[in-house]
Design a protein around this ligand. Structure first.
Ligand code: NAP
Length: 327
């Protein structure tokens, strides 16, 4: 019998969100099986995980890859809960839509089959994305959990630059909910919006790069004029909240605030005059995306409380980037 709160599995342990969930789970008294993708060419330094408080007793790291749906079996065996967080985020590869989607759906279903076979897993929390519910041609509406992105609309309009990703997240979220329903497995999904905040993973997370691209002197990989946002710690807390909730159902949006780029620039220019933020006037010429807002009413009605606002998301992220030498 496992000591503490029991053993759970987190896929994508090297990622921005996955590693933060692991940190929070260890703090909360869980034992964690984290999966990482095997990189035979270059051995990855995982000390940012193995040095976490409690890791030496409670963290196990196992190899698994979404390209091999069976590879998650060992990591899931004996767990009471599974957080499926891993997702290919290497957008610059420009892989065809069918390949991205097949990997994501087959990988997720392989994980769910291993959960059923384990006979120990009580609940699976799948990390979806606002891109799975935001794009359906009605981007001026505030989206609740009844909204789904329209795959045909994404394919033809390509409004969202990362449309192949959005399609893969939409179809994977639908597939995991359907699998849960058909196989009597308790599957819930968390739908974070743009995630910002501090990070323990070694790479600079893409969503942080996009939040204040101008400070990095880079081209913005996403490009937004307005977007809903959430702090990474609130995302991790919401994941654990859903694991521990007596009876969660289906999908939960997870978004703490709705930010315009203008507001982001205002916060940053006041706090960090050393960054040469673009002028408000220059924004008028930008043809970037206006993401719709997402309502987190369902999550809050279930009892979840967000802890962080926009200013903390930005200042926590910038402090961490400075500490790690990115800024
Ligand atoms: N960041 C956001 O703003 C945001 C917003 C909404 C939803 N999400 C969702 O949150 C999840 C995590 O995103 P993130 O921002 O933390 O991204 P991230 O830092 O890039 O993490 C992605 C993780 O997935 C792993 N991965 C990629 N391809 C894989 C494969 N073929 N097999 C197994 N693992 C693989 C990566 O492993 P390697 O280290 O080996 O590459 C990494 O651990 C994703 O599901 C994403 O869709 C993110």
């Amino acid at each position: 019998m496992e000591e503490g709160k029991g053993r759970v599995c987190v896929t994508g342990g090297t990622g921005f969100i996955g590693s933060w969930i692991i940190k929070r789970l260890l703090q909360a008294g869980y034992s964690v099986n984290a999966t990482v993708r095997p990189h035979p060419e270059q051995k990855k330094d995982l000390s940012f995980l193995t040095n976490l408080p409690g890791a030496s007793q409670k963290l196990q790291i196992l190899n698994a890859d979404l390209n091999n749906a069976e590879s998650f079996k060992d990591a899931i065996e004996g767990c009471i809960g599974v957080f499926h967080v891993a997702s290919p985020m290497d957008f610059e590869k420009n892989e065809p839509e069918e390949i991205v989607t097949k990997r994501s759906v087959d990988g997720a279903l392989g994980i769910l089959k291993a959960c059923v076979a384990s006979k120990t897993v009580k609940r699976v929390i799948y990390t979806s994305s606002a891109s799975a519910n935001s794009f359906n041609g009605k981007e001026d509406e505030v989206k609740d959990e009844s909204s789904w992105s329209d795959v045909d609309y994404l394919r033809t309009s390509k409004t969202f630059g990362l449309w192949t990703y959005a399609i893969s997240k939409t179809l994977t979220e639908k597939a995991v909910l359907e699998f849960g329903e058909q196989n009597g497995l308790d599957v819930v999904t968390l739908i974070p919006t743009f995630v910002v905040g501090p990070f323990i993973c070694p790479n600079l997370p893409g969503s942080i790069l996009s939040s204040f691209y101008f400070a990095f002197g880079d081209k913005d990989p996403i490009g937004y004029l307005q977007t809903p946002m959430v702090h990474v710690d609130d995302v991790a807390r919401a994941q654990i909240f859903l694991l521990e909730h007596p009876n969660p159902k289906e999908r939960y949006n997870c978004s703490a605030c709705f930010a315009t780029l203008e507001k982001v620039l205002e916060v940053i220019s006041v706090k960090y005059p050393e960054f040469h933020v673009p002028t408000i006037d220059s924004l008028k010429e930008r043809n970037d995306l206006k993401f719709p807002d997402l309502s987190s009413k369902k999550l809050m009605d279930a009892g979840f409380e967000f802890k962080y606002g926009l200013e903390e998301m930005l200042t926590d992220a910038i402090a961490c980037c400075k500490e790690k030498g990115y800024l």
